[in-house]
Ligand binder design. Sequence first.
Ligand code: HEM
Length: 311
Amino acid sequence: MDNQVMPREQLGVCAEGNLHSVYLMFNANDGVESQLRPCLANVAQYVYELSDQYADSAFNGFVAIGANYWDSLYPSARPAQLKPFPAMNADNRDAPALEYDLFVHIRCDRFDILHLVANEVCQMLEGLVELVDEERGFRFMDNRDLTGFVDGTENPKGRNRQEVALVGSEDEAFKAGSYIHVQKYAHNLSKWHRLPQKKQEDIIGRTKQDNIEYASADKPLTSHIKRVNLKDEQGNSMEILRQSMPYGSVKEQGLMFISNCGNSVNFEKMLESMVQGDGHGHHDHLLHFTQALTGSSFFAPSLDFMEKAAD
Ligand code: HEM
């Protein structure tokens, strides 16, 4: 009976988009695991409770554990598909790996709240971890990437978000958790803006202003949506839930790409199709205008898993 109860997911995994986000990447100090386990469970529970308290501003977030750190933190069990970031490259297209032990992802429609909570979270983890990277994301125009194209249109909707992003009964101990892949992409916007609009649209596979998908026959094999629209051997669509947002400053800016999924295969296959292409010389031409600076693999367990593992 007990195992039919759905564990509580961390609410930020499937939440709808927000105006602002903060990304905190930490490495753990040596030998602190027994203190860190309850502390992380507290952070996740705190973030969960704040979603109620700041419901008007749509606060949400999640805590995720790095693939290379998982076994140190939770040695007794590992999510079936958790593995390091699938680094790859071809010609001058590079998807490097840069792993972190912990990722705290918080989002809200009020930036002041996020700022307060980010400080609070760091205080809760003080002495146990080192903050190694921090970025702040923002909504650009009507949900556009900094290239000017609407991003997120074909994301799963409604209950389908949970179906795509969360582990199901196939891995009972990790049910309601999610495989998280993060890549910080820095755009070369001056190069992009020199490209005529029609060429930009051919690279994405959608129109820019009105965000209309190209007819199937018109989609270049090198367009982004052609490269990431994949089917598995049974002919089912391979889906991920993207929680990406633009980030940065005038000096360096781009997309904080975040994939949440109930498996780790879909993201990897899509990235392969973008970087290495289809075996007939067609890779994703978006990659001529943006460069992945990082690549990290995490698992965001259910709240119940973190609570139980804290004892
Ligand atoms: C779709 C931008 C990286 C997976 C899109 C769309 C845009 C976009 C504008 C079309 C609108 C939409 O459906 O959301 C970008 C940018 C990226 C990036 C600027 C990096 C700089 C990636 C990566 C992946 C990915 C790394 C996966 C490995 C997808 C998927 C879709 C999509 C699955 C939906 C395709 C469809 O079903 O039509 N992206 N993307 N994207 N992207 Fe990306």
